[in-house]
Design a protein around this ligand. Structure first.
Ligand code: AGP
Length: 614
């Protein structure tokens, strides 16, 4: 949510910042801006509404000649203040001596703004962030020329969250960064340094990074950096080498990141399974899972908490853990969990799931669970993310970077990870060896089965194109596939802006059936499992009301052929793993409808990849 970058070195700062912002665009893309200190030590600022391409054109049109080796940039996802040039970052003081980019929310900005206005500061935006730069100006001591202390003193009076970078024309050889609740990472190059809210931004330039922690301040010069607490105490930091390769963050031959990520799913699953599944011993092994067999045996309840797509995977996880480990599971929206009084017992296990590992609601739910003394396992994709760090034990998804805002491969890897975890706990409890073997053997076949669904992409596209002009959709599934109905509907909503609802199929008759007419397509997820006949009755109910029926199934059944308008056949697996296969056609349906509507599926309107505000 909002992306920030900074550069200091010998190269053209504007080009590096624009290039890095482009890779961060998935974090927010309603407006963007850049601030450079030029060779005459002037602050050059350019801000534009819209995408980074637009900013790039305008920067080269008006400031193409500017020579600068130091600057900061920002791509915005609006929270406070409309989407316009004034509200875009960087924000400057009125004399344009200081510039800041900020990610997060300053909660007490109204009080601070009033105080600063009374002292004579003139504000030019409606944002909460702008108070930061005025505070820095206020605390800057001319005689000391110490941007770091001005930033620190400013941070001492703000309440809220921040990942920020600040520059000053009187100290044109440093960037000061600070973090509290919004990620910040430093990239170390040769006689050059980078700062960003996300490693993706700087990956082509360096793989050596330092993760800045909450309440830490970093002072960056081209050849060195120093980190401090807010009390000016030095902190030694270690360098992490990021092993993602740059291809992972480019589209390659695909038209969009989302399509690339959908097609990467068989490989992503193989990466998640690698080294963890030992089918012949019926065993799963996790590196970072801090769960002793004694603890696992004593777990009497599991609470899974997450948001959005990750919450849907949590629902599938509930079914799996209850089935394989025979432990009751509750699933909670993280935003609800953190604001009620969750009752946690000493043998409860809390699992938080988050692709980004930075979702504010999920992070706060984790913290609340820990405050209550619960053991927390974090399932995340982004290595070194805050949730990964703050969890007692963790499992990485190993899906690789997910750039498309609508989650696809991370969701799949969440399902596979939850399946492994459920089997792992099950084996520590009552699951017999032969059952562990059977499940793990079946799990190993899932990548190939998904590849077979992907081979049908053209056929699925043909079906999807029939529904491009539809304005409403219903998705129905039962049991393990009820969450898949929710996820299929969410994918369609997110990227095609078509209203869609997911429901447990049997609930249709308790209300949504009133919506059914010839204009309402209903997607049924109908694997040949214990609930197949029941779903068939639900299909009859829709057909009796002239609804249009699209079915995803693994059974070639003549009755179904008569009833359904369109059928997508998928390979069979066991009921418990069928969600992993059934979600693929739903991702593709949403994708092809959105593309036919010429929408930007990688950056759907109003959304951001990681929601680091409440
Ligand atoms: C996924 O398509 C969505 N964009 C969104 O619902 C997402 O799953 C949610 O914001 C949670 O994100 P996280 O997994 O990074 O915590």
């Amino acid at each position: 949510m909002c992306g920030i970058v900074g550069y200091i070195g010998n190269r053209d700062a504007k080009e590096i910042i624009l290039d890095s912002l482009q890779r961060l665009e998935y974090r927010g893309y309603d407006s963007a801006g850049i601030a450079l200190i030029d060779e005459k030590n002037h602050m050059v600022v350019q801000k534009e509404v819209g995408r980074i391409d637009n900013l790039r054109n305008e920067v080269y049109k008006y400031n193409g000649e500017v020579e600068s080796q130091l600057g900061i940039g920002h791509t915005r996802w609006a929270t406070h203040g409309r989407v316009n040039e004034q509200n875009a970052h960087p924000h400057c003081d009125s004399k344009k001596r200081f510039a800041i980019v900020h990610n997060g929310i300053i909660e007490n900005y109204q009080v601070l703004r009033k105080i600063l206005t009374d002292k004579g500061h003139t504000f030019s935006s409606e944002t909460d962030s702008e108070v930061l730069v005025h505070l820095i100006e206020e605390f800057y001591k001319e005689e000391e020329r110490n941007l770091q202390s001005a930033v620190v003193e400013a941070l001492k009076v703000v309440e809220g969250t921040y990942g920020l970078a600040a520059i000053c024309i009187d100290e044109p050889y440093k960037i000061v960064g600070a973090r509290n609740g919004s990620p910040l990472v430093l990239g170390i190059g040769e006689n050059e340094m980078f700062i960003a809210s996300d490693v993706n931004a700087i990956m082509p330039y360096t793989k050596n990074v330092v993760y800045i922690e909450d309440k830490e301040v970093v002072v960056i010069k081209s050849e060195k950096f120093k980190t401090y607490t807010l009390d000016y105490q030095r902190i030694e930091k270690s360098i992490t080498v990021v092993d993602w390769d740059v291809d992972a963050i480019s589209k390659g031959d695909y038209e969009t990141f989302m399509l690339k990520e959908i097609f990467e799913q068989p490989n992503a699953i193989v990466d998640a399974l690698r080294g963890r599944v030992h089918a012949r011993d019926g065993a799963v092994k996790f590196g970072g899972l801090d769960l002793t067999p004694e603890h696992a045996k004593n777990i009497d309840k599991v609470i899974i908490t997450a948001c959005g797509t990750s919450w849907h995977s949590a629902l599938v996880g509930k079914y799996m853990i209850e089935r394989f480990a025979e432990i009751p599971v509750e699933v909670d929206y993280a935003s609800e969990f953190r604001y009620r009084n969750p009752v946690l017992g000493k043998n409860n296990l809390v699992i938080v799931i988050s692709q980004s590992g930075e979702t504010a609601d999920t992070l706060e739910a984790l913290r609340e669970a820990k405050r209550k003394g619960a053991k927390v396992i974090g399932i995340t994709n982004v290595i070194g993310s805050t949730i990964a760090k703050e969890s007692d034990g963790g499992i990485y998804l190993h899906a690789g970077p997910e750039i498309g805002v609508a989650s696809t491969k991370a969701f799949l890897n969440q399902l596979i990870t939850l399946a492994m975890l459920a089997i792992y706990i099950g084996r520590l409890k009552n699951m017999p060896l032969y059952e562990g073997e059977r499940l793990l053997e079946e799990l190993a076949l899932i990548p190939q089965k998904i590849a077979e669904v992907l081979e049908q992409a053209d056929k699925i596209k043909e079906i999807a194109l029939k529904y491009v002009h539809t304005t409403n959709f219903l998705y129905l599934g039962r049991g393990f596939n009820y969450p898949i109905a929710l996820e299929g509907a969410l994918k369609l909503k997110e990227i095609s802006y078509i209203h869609a609802e997911g429901y447990p199929a049997a609930e249709m008759k308790h209300g949504p059936i009133a919506l059914i007419d010839e204009n309402m397509p209903v997607v049924f997820i109908a694997p040949k499992d214990s609930l197949y006949e029941k779903i068939m009755s639900n299909i009859e109910e829709v057909k009796a009301r002239a609804g249009r029926v699209i079915v995803v199934t693994d059974l070639d059944d003549s009755v179904m052929r008569q009833k359904a308008d369109d059928i997508i056949y998928v390979p069979s697996t066991i009921e418990e793993f069928s969600p992993m296969i059934n979600i693929i056609p739903l991702q593709l349906i949403a994708y092809y409808i959105a593309r036919a509507k010429e929408l930007d599926v990688d950056k759907p309107r109003n959304l951001a990849k990681s929601v680091t505000v409440e």
